[in-house]
Design a binder for this molecule. Structure first.
Ligand code: G6P
Ligand code: ZN
Length: 543
């Protein structure tokens, strides 16, 4: 079986964003496009040679083609063994876990997360390193530099790998192992959580609804909730992964999973309602009559984590991304463990997790996970909630009320202005940045600014610095507004405005979030001239 060297020309747009290279399917379908990017990875990570590589994706349109290409390049670049999920399916957390348990030297994850799929939708690829975490900024920069000068790539011709049959196939000198996409992950979950107790909780009449949104978590949820925990089959909806995600937008939030919020506020509400996104790393949690914001979910899980089998030894620390509300900070203080504040992007948690400095991490963008893997993990969060409810005997509502009564409540909302002209958005951010040094001690809505700056992160483990990670206007513990541009959009620029307000008084714990943060929204709009400069009177999306 001959290895062929193919001559190619660089594409100049292969710079990765917050979570890998994400483009329209048509961009990835250009001749040599994916091959160039993957070859640049092989060129920059020679450790992949002779080692094990994990490959999988979220099942979206173009997944199988991309996986075949990746296997061919892997074999031609001397990878000894490729482990691939059956049908090309691996959720992002399951892929990260496989890299860890199989001691792989890396993995290719084909996903554009929650972005719409199908021929006109998005596609993407992420490279995860040994240990299961996403490639560092330094490595992705090196890969990008390589894509700009690449002139050839290598493929191994002449074989068709059957992605649907579990077992080993030989491809030149490379063994391709197709394995059940769910087995290892389901096993890990059984080590972390008390499945007997959750099964019992369900048997005693409690109910659960998980919406897989026709994306990758369907088979995982089916196995875990229905087969292993004995939930009635109707507990998992939209369980069959479809190439176009059923034409939907599998982003579990109050906009795209509004039907779940409607269910939660109806008389039919199950005790726990949850959903995950396209590649299975995000989660949304609701209880009867209540939506749990991701920042609250992190804080509430952190406060109760030591009740769960995998975490009995307690927490070493909690980490959250900077824009995520500061609810977890209160829990960290009570538990007397460090609270780490990182830039947006899961990769920033990985050094802390590797160094044993954080046990649980979370982001406002519906991401929660723990030290068990190096990606955020949607089903993990749902199981953690189910286990906490089963262990405490509380409802979601009771648990939240008790939490807020003890720690106070952080009202949080994110306002997004999507598909803005990039130059306009950058100008808006520049103008806002120029105001920051003047704001300290000034009034902002009904608060006083205690600190206003651009966030930069000094990684305590490797000493790297990530600068310009968002503007923040902080009014002590009581309020905070953060502005930043999204790093995951595929069209124009998205401005994110994060609004947070903290209250402790008993009478203030059950306001509507929109009302609670409205004064902050008005104040930042005036200060940063958002509606004036953007021409939009209201945000496009509020989550
Ligand atoms: C992805 C990343 C997250 C990030 C989110 C939003 O899901 O994995 O780490 O928080 O995107 O990123 P953005 O740059 O669009 O705000
Ligand atoms: Zn995702």
């Amino acid at each position: 079986m001959p290895i062929r060297e193919i001559t190619t020309k660089p594409y100049l747009d292969q710079k990765t964003g917050t979570a890998g290279l994400r483009k329209k399917v048509a961009v990835f379908q250009q001749p040599h496009y994916l091959e160039n990017f993957l070859q640049a990875i092989f060129d920059c990570v020679p450790e992949l040679k002779g080692q094990l590589l994990v490959i999988g994706g979220d099942g979206r349109y173009h997944n199988r083609d991309a996986i075949r290409t990746a296997i061919s390049l892997a074999a031609a670049n001397g990878v000894a063994r490729v482990v691939v999920g059956q049908g090309g399916i691996l959720s992002t957390p399951a892929a990260s876990h496989l890299i860890r348990v199989r001691k792989a030297s890396g993995g290719f994850l084909f996903t554009a997360s929650h972005n719409p799929a199908g021929p006109d939708g998005d596609f993407g690829v992420k490279f995860n390193i040994a240990g299961g975490g996403q490639a560092s900024e330094a490595l992705t920069t090196r890969i990008y530099e390589q894509t700009k000068i690449i002139g050839r790539y290598y493929v191994l011709d002449g074989t068709e790998v059957n992605l649907d049959r579990c077992g080993e196939q030989q491809l030149g000198n490379t063994v391709v192992e197709v394995l059940d996409s769910v087995d290892d992950y389901a096993q890990l979950m059984q080590q972390l959580f008390d499945f007997d107790r959750i099964r019992d909780w369900l048997k005693r009449g409690h109910s659960l609804r998980f919406d897989a949104m026709h994306a990758v978590t369907g088979p995982y949820a089916q196995r875990i909730f229905v087969d292993l925990l004995g939930a009635p089959p109707g507990s998992v909806s939209n369980a069959v992964p479809l190439q176009d995600f059923g034409g939907g937008h599998p982003d579990p939030n109050l906009i795209y999973a509004k039907h779940l919020a409607d269910l939660a506020y109806s008389s039919e509400s199950p005790d726990l309602i949850a959903a995950s996104d396209g590649d299975g790393d995000r989660n949304m949690i609701l209880g009867r009559g209540l939506f749990i914001s991701p920042g609250d979910s992190l804080a509430m899980l952190a406060a109760n984590l030591a009740l769960l089998p995998g975490y009995r030894q307690g927490l070493s620390g909690i980490a959250r991304s900077m824009p995520t509300c500061r609810a977890a900070d209160q829990v960290a203080a009570a538990l007397k463990v460090p609270l780490h504040e990182t830039p947006t992007g899961w990769k920033f948690f990985c050094n802390l997790l590797d160094a044993g400095q954080a046990t649980i991490c979370g982001e406002e963008s519906f991401g929660t996970s723990s030290v068990h893997t190096r990606e955020k993990d949607g089903l993990w969060a749902v199981l953690a909630w189910a286990n906490v409810l089963a262990a405490t005997g509380l409802s979601v509502q009771e648990l939240a009320q008790q939490h807020w009564a003890r720690y106070g409540r952080h009202y949080f909302a994110r306002h997004d202005y999507e598909e803005l002209d990039t130059a306009l958005a950058e100008n808006l951010m520049r103008q806002a940045a120029s105001l920051l040094p003047t704001l300290a001690a000034q009034s902002f809505a009904s608060w006083t600014v205690t600190q206003a700056d651009e966030f930069s992160y000094h990684d305590p483990i490797d000493g790297s610095v990530a600068a310009a990670q968002g503007h923040r206007i902080i009014c002590g513990e009581d309020a905070r507004v953060v502005l930043r541009l999204s790093g995951t959009g595929t069209k124009g620029a998205t401005l994110r405005v994060y609004l947070e307000r903290y209250v402790r008084e008993a009478g203030a714990l059950n306001w509507a979030t929109g009302d609670a943060v409205a004064p902050l929204a008005a104040a930042i709009d005036k200060l940063a001239r958002i509606s004036e400069l953007s021409g939009r009177r209201t945000p496009d999306v509020v989550t």
